[in-house]
Design a binder for this molecule. Sequence first.
Ligand code: CA
Ligand code: CA
Ligand code: CA
Length: 635
Amino acid sequence: MPRRCKRRLLPLTLMIVCILASAICNHASPQTRPEVSKVEPPSWWAKHTINPVRLLVRGRNLTGARVRSVTPAVRVLDVFVNKNGSYLFVNVSINPAARPGEYPLTLETAAGHTSIPFRIEPALETRSHFQGITADDVIYLIMPDRFSDGDSSNNIPANSPAAANDRKNARAYHGGDLRGVINHLPYLKDLGVTALWLTPWYDNWNGLNTCDKPWCPNTYYHGYHAIDYYAVEDHFGDLPTLRELVEKAHGLGLKIIQDQVANHVGSQHPWVRNPPLDDWFHGTLSQHAVNKFRNSALLSPHGNQDEVRNTLDGWFSDDLPDMNQEEPEVERYELQNSLWWIGMTGLDGIRQDTIQYMPRTFIRDLSNALHRQYPRMWMVGEVFERDAAQTSFFIGGHTGWDGIDTKLDSVFDFPVWNASLLAFTNKASMRTLHDQLKYDALYPDPAKITTFANNHDTMRFMSLEGATLDGAMMHIAFILSIRGIPQLYYGEEIAMEGKEDPDNRRDFPGGFPGDARNAFTSESRKPTEQRMFEWTQSWIRLRAEHSAIRRGRLVDLYYDDDSYVFARQDQHETVIVAFNRGGKEKKVNLPAGSIGLKDAAELSALIGTTGSVRVANGSATLTLPKTSAAMFVVR
Ligand SMILES: [Ca+2]
Ligand SMILES: [Ca+2]
Ligand SMILES: [Ca+2]
């Protein structure tokens, strides 16, 4: 027999053997047997407000699949398999009396069967978890990769080339992780912040992007390009470490905020090459609209549909496939994913990335789902706009022209952040602060806005043109003393510098093995760093000590080109906060009677100056030190 025929004969013989074996054992040939590679969510809870839970099962050869449960604790309903047999959707109804444990389901096709792993988790107790965020909190934003490396064993995970893990490249992974945050919880407690927002901990691709542009080579160290919505980034740690972080933070009175990104995933996500449904994304990797960011079309009742659709459906970049929340399966997936992280870790709040690029109905449905399960849960949305009309349109508590109340708890205060940067770098009059704050009239409750000093997308204050340490000190004092929930960015408390991204994401000095000095300790800080640290710590402490600063109404008392003085007043006390950015000491006369202060009431300095003054004839004359902020309490 010629050699060519021999080669053909062998597979043929194998095939016959296989067919016979399959017939005898009632099993399929290996090519068509169903396989399961991923179950999302992998677990759920009994007595949850979402019941049944809808599982998305990834696999192969799923066409015609039936799913069975062997126990009455979980019941299976509504199986749907996508057109190429690679994804299966199934509703799983959990008996309220079901005990925590493993409840695998059986998946069968005509060709064979396999198992869908599924677990019922014990519910975390609700008193010390899921606490929500209020104006009593001060939030501190951490990029885990850049804060501290507490575990060198995760610095070069599988499938990660050395060049992707290089502290000399500002766009590579630097080794920071969850253990590094755990190690510095006492530092954060000492600073006085009460809540930590970590940039996304979803698993991202470990590879290195190369191109001929200035931003290459780069990695996804920042976490905004998820490849797995249900896994922790392997550079940062794992789920047990994340749970340990939440428990240890809670033990010190610190809350945890997760950065969730429902708008888009990374282009390396397995969905991108094989989406569960044709309309899972807006378009495909090769054919999609790119967002032109005509964001005002979202606000205006006169926006044309082309612009509205482009802003909602266009990809944030070619590298960020845009999820289609108007597909009910996508909305369902994302609601469950959001709730899963909360339930698994006990975290206290969510920061939702690029929120305005998702339909307002989705924001509403997500907010409602969160509050239905966790009444205190809190979500702040990133609406990166300097126009308060736009930011206020997205906060909940009022109905827009479209008839929708997003129910969103909070939005970041980009308008006031911008005004404060301009005022305290002498680029705009101090009247700008007063003028901006008048637009609080647009918000149903200005106390709920998240007021921030800076974040990871903006230049650090000390690198702005016109910046001085005095300016940075006034800026942070302003953010810590006006209405709202203040948020600081890691390193601001030591006046770190940093220009545009990624320079604004430098490693915290002392957070990494081999660092020349350790700015987490007062002995190693430079004098300017120590001055800023003590100042920040003091304003946070005063905020904690005075309910009026946290929750009182804000009343304008005096403003001119160089000064702004306002009161914070609640039923317990009146506090007066005064800013004078000018180069000379200055006396200002305040209408004390207008805020109910009686003659002989005493205004005692708490910070920024010393001594006290008395109210006389309905007014008080404060002496404001030059280029500084001061606070007084009325006794
Ligand atoms: Ca590490
Ligand atoms: Ca990864
Ligand atoms: Ca979108």
